[in-house]
Write a protein of this length. Structure first.
Length: 197
């Protein structure tokens, strides 16, 4: 058994040569791709952070525009089609604004889903319930309404949409939210900003 000195053995090894050119190019491309991906991901996260505000604003504008168009067909003879139209507009607004997906649900099911939305204040839930029940009366019970009653129904829809529009939190509210989030358990997601009347 011969004893060899490990240092002598290591001195016999040749230093590594330069990496082949194709491997250098591949490593550079991977590094550049990773950098592009990280930049894209950060910008996407920043855009998504603004998305709820943008979507809520777009939902508001669309709903008000559709309600204005529907107002033009308001008449005693068209009370049923008008009720179908405005209830659909308000439902679509709620789905987009509060992220409630209930396109084929009855009014009661839709209202139950709306009650689970923490951003929709109880007062607004009550107004929504009254509005949709009036629309249901005209749609399904084939009730009739005078023009002044339809005007009130229209105003109720416009008021509901404008009162529930997204309002950014004030700096004090943001600070309170951050403090509450810091004290909340890690598994609990942060709630969306509430609608302030």
């Amino acid at each position: 058994m011969t004893h060899t000195n490990i240092i002598d053995d290591l001195q016999l090894l040749e230093p590594p040569g330069p990496l082949p050119l194709w491997l250098q190019i591949l490593m550079g491309a991977v590094a550049a791709g990773l950098l592009v991906y990280l930049i894209w991901r950060r910008r996407r996260q920043q855009r998504l952070a603004l998305a709820p505000e943008v979507e809520a604003q777009q939902a508001l504008e669309d709903a008000l525009e559709e309600l204005e168009k529907a107002h033009r067909q308001l008449s005693r003879e068209n009370c049923r089609p008008y009720a179908i139209c405005v209830s659909g507009i308000v439902r679509r607004y709620i789905e987009r604004r509060f992220n409630i997906h209930a396109p084929r649900r009855s009014t009661e099911e839709f209202l139950a889903e709306a009650r689970n939305a923490p951003e929709l204040a109880p007062a607004h839930q009550e107004k929504l319930g009254q509005f949709l029940k009036c629309c249901d009366f005209l749609k399904f019970a084939r009730g009739t309404a005078e023009v002044d009653e339809l005007e009130l129904l229209h105003q109720a829809a416009v008021i509901f949409v404008t009162e529930t529009q997204f309002k950014p939190l004030t700096p004090a509210e943001q600070q309170a939210r951050r403090a509450a989030d810091a004290n909340a358990p890690a598994a609990t997601p942060a709630p969306n900003p509430e609608v302030r009347p």
